[in-house]
Design a protein around this ligand. Structure first.
Ligand code: C2E
Ligand code: CA
Ligand code: CA
Length: 780
């Protein structure tokens, strides 16, 4: 075990080391050269300049070895610095009990010879060593040790000079940037009769008009030199007496431009530590006139401040009076709440301070719109309606703090502005206070009335450029709340805008599109997988929209149409179109051998399905086209059915009565249970294409994307005698695996992409897929 011995002056020693500012600096050629020299005159393969830090021996330069650091307790140099005034020589480390089991001796690189001299800082502390090392044992001559010592002193001189230079640079920086004038005077002879100005800073030049080279020609320069001489004489004869060395004088002197400068001067001697003689005098000059002006200024500022306060009082008073007058203009008569104008003013101020980031707190705007207020107004009468509004206003007011602004924005719309909200959690909290305000019934003297509100909230962001934008977003959020079923609360988010604008955008163009017949259907073949020759069993009708802006995919316009409710007329149009097409085909097709006519599957969206006219729509489409209901299948998703199970069952029963088939679309992506599957008694399940090919037109795998789920769905469906159709078959391997699992039918790019409705393209599809000519298109 190697114990670390620490010199008695350790903390001062470390301070001296730090002052050198050398640790962890990169190698320097100047010092590398010194170390190389040491190796050369000691005749050793290795030499190093090592600095002994608190817990490590760090190598600044080394010869023959890479620069590295060693744990302090393992370094020879840690021992060397224990005797600052003597070198340490180890002629054979293996025979020295201090080092014999040192890993650098016992192991790599196997040092045996060491000669090190301490590096002594100006303060007298040993900060490191210059040493020579060898892996063979040998002696060292006295002249070699002496050379090492001289070299070590030289290195320390280099380092000391460098740190003095660094300090000087720092001091100069201070002087250059000081607002006081700085003058350094050089005192040459013992009698101090030769004295010159060695340095002046910019502030001095500004103060006197004299630059460095001409400073001693000016009046102030000459005064300074006189003062310096006087001071030097005093120090010379009287000796130094600490603090008293500094002279402070107030002088007036002519500037270079003739003006008079009033200056306060303080002069301090700089005495050499070695000789005790005064070497420099440093003078600091301050513009006295400027100081007086500043003093006067601050007195005036105080007076102004006093006057200001009085004025402010007056302004506040006047504003209060004005407010009382304008209350009528800014407040709602019925409820006594601030009105829209006033609210916007308050919001403007909040937005202003959010933008200027004056506060780290946030502001939140809440938009509360009463649900079905009109109905209450109509049924209970206007008087009750008014009472309700007053009651709501009171409830809202008592739900918030005094500093929050509650306003009646319009008829049955209330707005609240919360300022000083700490974070999102608190924002949710304050908005909740508004939500809770509608939990209890409102007491309207004669009646208790329940009313709910749809509540939208927006956080005031610095990115808003106007209060109208904030209000718009709160309004959008409120709208979304209302849409999601009233009595809800919704915070604004960017997604809502996209939805809002997408909807707003489509709203117009979707309606136009219906009129302009921009929609059409394409037909994707569904083939039977249970028979070897893959006969065509039917088609799925898929909607397409070629708008003036190009093709818009159904994944975009169907949700938009659902959002606006346009899906109902659009769906009806598509259903009619599909039935017409099916009728045309049936008229064009001849069958033989009892083969069924091709069927057509039509997608039905949730909104359409729950609309009260849905069954009528289906009836009309069937009646108008004259198709057999049995060759029409409606594709519904699990989610559509699960949203309202009771209603779904009734509608499904009516459809079954008519003989229309039901396909459960996108199966596996929703949450339909086995029990429901039985209750709904659908005809087919469509395995969602994410389990089949998984991709968007480029299958992620050759085989099935999720064979386990596919297998489970097929066996579940078959146990309920439900046919299985796989969607999105893209590869031959997927088809083969599906056939092996007993899947009944399938569709996908492997067989055909959706086709235009022309009978030629359909015939091409049929003949390409079905080799058995059990049915044929008639030439039309
Ligand atoms: P969906 O009902 O699941 O329709 C199947 C979708 O998969 C179609 O996309 C079809 O083109 C696509 N597809 C078919 N085979 C493959 C294949 O091998 N690989 C890949 N990657 N995709 C394949 P489409 O036509 O873009 O329709 C997307 C969705 O839009 C439909 O999904 C359906 O939810 C809705 N949609 C389409 N037409 C109508 C419609 O007339 N009414 C309603 N309500 N929704 C429709
Ligand atoms: Ca479908
Ligand atoms: Ca599907």
């Amino acid at each position: 075990m190697i114990a670390l011995e620490v010199p008695s002056d350790e903390s001062a020693r470390l301070a001296a080391l730090r002052a050198l500012d050398i640790l962890d600096t990169p190698p320097e050629p100047e010092i590398d050269a010194v170390v190389r020299l040491a190796a050369s005159f000691c005749n050793t393969p290795y030499a190093m300049l090592v600095l002994v830090d608190a817990d490590r021996a760090w190598t600044k330069a080394s010869f023959g070895l890479p620069n590295a650091e060693a744990p302090r307790e393992l370094s020879f140099c840690s021992t060397t610095i224990l005797t600052p005034h003597a070198p340490m020589i180890v002629t054979d480390a293996t025979r020295d009990e201090r080092f014999a089991d040192n890993p650098y001796v016992a192991g790599e690189p196997g040092f045996r010879f060491y000669a090190g001299v301490p590096l002594i800082a100006e303060s007298g502390h040993a900060v490191g060593t210059l040493c020579a090392l060898d892996t063979v044992a040998h002696a060292i001559e006295p002249y070699q040790i002496e050379a090492l010592e001289v070299t070590a002193r030289y290195v320390m001189m280099l380092l000391a000079k460098r740190s003095v230079e660094a300090r000087l640079r720092l001091l100069e920086l201070v002087a250059v940037h000081a607002s006081d004038g700085v003058v350094i005077m050089d005192i040459d002879s013992a009698a101090a009769q030769t004295c010159r100005i060695a340095y002046v800073n910019d502030a001095f030049t500004n103060l006197t008009g004299y630059a460095e080279g001409e400073a001693d020609r000016g009046e102030l320069g000459r005064t300074l030199l006189d003062l310096a001489r006087e001071q030097s004489r005093r120090v010379e004869f009287v000796g130094r007496d600490g603090e008293g060395d500094t002279i402070i004088e107030a002088v007036t002197a002519r500037r270079k431009d003739g003006d008079i400068a009033e200056v306060e001067i303080s002069l301090s001697p700089v005495v050499s530590r070695d000789t005790g003689r005064m070497e420099y005098v440093v003078a600091i000059l301050r513009d006295a006139a400027e100081r007086k002006r500043v003093l006067k200024e601050s007195a005036r500022t105080e007076a102004v401040a006093l006057a200001n306060t009085a004025l402010q009082h007056e302004i506040v008073e006047r504003r209060r009076a004005e407010e009382r007058l304008s209350h009528a203009a800014s407040h709602d008569e019925l409820t006594g709440l601030p009105n829209r104008t006033y609210f916007k003013e308050c919001l403007e101020r909040s937005l202003q301070s959010v933008r200027e980031a004056k506060r780290s707190r946030m502001s939140v705007v809440v938009f509360a719109d009463l649900d079905r207020f009109k109905k209450i107004n109509d049924s209970l009468g206007h008087l009750m309606g008014d009472r309700l509004l007053v009651a709501v206003a009171g409830r809202l007011r008592s739900a918030v703090r005094n500093s929050d602004v509650v306003a009646r924005f319009a008829g049955d719309e209330f707005t609240v502005l919360f300022n000083g909200v700490r974070d999102n959690a608190e924002a949710a909290n304050v908005v909740n206070r508004i939500t809770r305000a509608f939990r209890e019934p409102f007491d309207l003297e004669t009646d208790d009335v329940f009313i709910t509100a749809s509540i939208g909230a927006a956080i005031v962001q610095p990115s808003y450029s106007s209060v109208d934008e904030v209000l718009r977003d709160a309004d959008i959020a409120m709208f979304a709340a209302k849409e999601s079923g009233r009595a809800r609360t919704q915070f604004f988010n960017q997604e809502l805008t996209h939805r809002f604008f997408a909807v707003a955008d489509f709203e117009g163009s979707l309606f136009g599109a219906l009129q302009n017949r921009e929609f059409r259907l394409v037909y994707q073949p569904i083939v039977s997988l249970s028979r070897a020759n893959l006969p065509l069993q039917g088609f799925e009708a898929l909607a397409r929209w070629r708008s003036v802006n190009g093709e818009i995919p159904p994944t975009r316009f169907i949700p938009a149409a659902e959002e606006t409710g346009l899906i109902v007329p659009l769906g009806e149009w598509l259903l009619n179109e599909a039935c017409q097409r099916l009728a045309t085909w049936h008229a064009q097709v001849t069958t033989s051998g009892g083969v069924a006519l091709p069927t057509l599957s039509v997608n039905v969206s949730a909104k359409q399905f729950v609309s009260s006219h849905f069954i009528e729509q289906v009836d009309r489409a069937i009646a108008n086209s004259g198709v057999s209901p049995a060759s029409l299948a409606l594709e519904l998703t699990e989610t559509t059915l699960m949203e309202n199970v009771e209603r779904a069952q009734t509608v499904l029963a009516s459809l079954r009565e008519r003989g229309v088939k039901i396909h459960l679309d996108d199966f596996g992506t929703g949450y339909c249970s086995f029990g429901y599957l039985r209750r709904f008694s659908v005809d087919s399940l469509k395995i969602d294409r994410s389990f089949v090919s998984g991709g968007d037109g480029t299958a992620v795998s050759e085989g099935l994307a999720d064979p386990d789920i596919v297998k489970a769905i097929i066996s579940l469906a078959h146990s309920l005698r439900i046919e299985v159709i796989a969607e999105g078959i893209e590869t031959e391997t997927q088809r083969r695996e599906l056939v092996a699992l007993g899947c009944d039918a399938g569709q996908g790019y492997l067989f055909s992409r959706p086709l235009e409705s022309s009978s030629e393209s359909l015939e091409r599809a049929r003949s390409a897929m079905a080799n058995d000519a059990s049915w044929n298109w008639k030439a039309s």
